[in-house]
Design a protein around this ligand. Structure first.
Ligand code: EPZ
Length: 417
């Protein structure tokens, strides 16, 4: 079994370069299937989630070439066949294949997708989008058979601004005839990245990044080149590391606007932070003010940073509060943080954090991707050794995390035990 071992208390100095966004890449890779010739996607992170998608593409018969930061996909040889459950349940993003295979072949058979266990995570809004565009869906237990004689543009209202449902509806609508309008669309930067990619292929999408997206369907999409945006959640995670243990730590290659809600909260806490055009320089402060945070869709406070920021709140003086409004089960890291010495109470959808508390190294478990990241952050400031088991979820989402943290002075390694 592999574990992450961290000896805490080291100062983090130097520069950390942020990788391409996981949540963009995992949508861009399946979207490549829609092109009728070769597609190049640059700045793709080397993480197990992108490996899993490349494996699915390969299984479907696409030609995939992976260089260090880019992926070249030739989808012309693709065959429409059912993706085995053990492949699709490795990650949530496998359901983008549902959309692109439906758009391309008007028929798809697939299992319910995987993903971190942080809530029920239904896909009803995605299915509602497909149905609005003319698909019929047969659902047998966790398997879906989706058919469409014809895909026709429609007016779709999402009951909540779901990232997945917005992208899935967009992926089908680009090939449907006529106009589609997605109301109450999610506004995350990853959606803009996907829309830009599709527009580079020849799609006609306007309004991505707002709550109303308009798509005029086209017959043919051509191969093109695109670039993945910097990962705003990785950026936020390292910003928190800097606020916990940094000394003029530079977080480079970022889009500060994408992480503004965290930067503003950090300013409220009085974290010393300098924001540049594509970087941030951040240091630890001896005294931090407590704050209240509520997770929301973009541009609100990202749920994916809720667990990492909890660690910073353990170092604020007094009571901080954090309300999780997106997922019903995203506090699984809290018992482990409390074992390490924090004082956090879970009250329904809220946690109250009393600080500052000294953290000590313990043996803990990464229950999910961002929960695992929060334990790494805690380990960086804990006294002694923190050993984190079940590190698979962390490696799904953070490129070269051990190397990046080692380069800035952390004492962290993966060990076989
Ligand atoms: C994406 O998940 C991200 N994953 C998540 O990141 C992120 O937490 C989430 O968006 C919100 O920002 C990927 O991009 C691969 P949603 P997604 O559909 O698309 C409910 C991480 O840590 N909902 O916006 O699955 C749902 O249960 C991961 O990197 C429905 O009820 O999220 C949730 O409560 C975890 N029905 C809320 O909406 C639906 O049909 C938001 O989900 C769809 C969603």
């Amino acid at each position: 079994m592999k574990v992450l071992e961290i000896n805490g208390g080291k100062t983090l100095e130097g520069t950390i370069r942020i990788s391409g966004s996981k949540n963009s890449s995992v949508a861009l890779i399946p979207a490549a299937i829609l092109a009728s010739s070769e597609v190049t996607i640059c700045n793709v992170p080397e993480i197990t989630d992108t490996d899993a998608l490349a494996e699915i593409l390969d299984y479907l018969g696409a030609k995939v070439k992976r260089a260090s930061e880019s992926i070249v996909i030739n989808p012309t040889t693709i065959i429409n066949k059912e993706i085995p459950e053990e492949m699709s349940n490795k990650l949530r993003a496998s359901y983008y294949f549902m959309a692109v295979l439906l758009a391309k072949f008007k028929h798809v058979e697939m299992y319910f997708p995987g993903g971190c266990s942080i809530g029920a995570r239904p896909i009803d809004q995605t299915l509602k989008g497909f149905q609005a565009l003319g698909a019929t869906i047969k659902e047998v237990e966790n398997r879906y058979i989706i058919d469409a004689k014809k895909l026709t543009g429609a007016h779709v209202y999402l009951d909540m601004p779901s990232v997945g449902a917005t992208i899935n509806t967009m992926l089908v609508a680009v090939k449907a005839s006529g106009e589609t309008i997605i109301e109450n669309a999610a506004k995350e930067p990853e959606i803009v990245n996907v829309a830009t990619f599709l527009n580079n292929m020849g799609a006609k999408i306007t309004g991505a990044g707002t709550s109303e997206i308009k798509i005029i369907g086209v017959d043919q999409l051509e191969g093109c080149y695109t670039e993945v945006i910097p990962d705003r959640i990785e950026t936020g995670t390292y910003l928190i590391a800097g606020a916990l243990a940094g000394k003029n730590l530079k977080i480079d290659n970022i889009i500060p606007e994408h992480i503004e809600m965290l930067i503003l909260k950090m300013k409220e806490m009085e974290v010393p932070i300098e924001v540049g055009s594509d970087y941030v320089i951040i240091s630890k402060s001896e005294k931090l003010h407590p704050v209240k945070i509520k997770t929301q869709g973009y541009p609100g406070f990202a749920t994916d940073l809720q667990q990492p920021v909890t660690v910073l709140l353990t170092q604020c003086e007094g009571e901080s509060q954090l309300e999780e409004t997106v997922y019903e089960n995203r506090f699984k890291n809290v018992p482990y943080l409390n074992e390490m010495g924090s004082d956090i109470k879970i009250i329904g959808k809220k946690i109250k954090i009393y600080g500052p508390t000294k953290l000590v190294g313990k043996s803990v478990e990464a229950t999910d991707l961002r929960g695992g990241a929060s334990l790494i952050l805690a380990g960086l400031i804990a006294q002694g050794t923190t050993t984190i088991s079940n590190i698979g979820p962390v490696l799904r989402g953070y490129e070269h995390i051990v190397e990046k943290l080692t380069d800035i002075g952390a004492n962290i390694e993966i060990k076989e035990v």
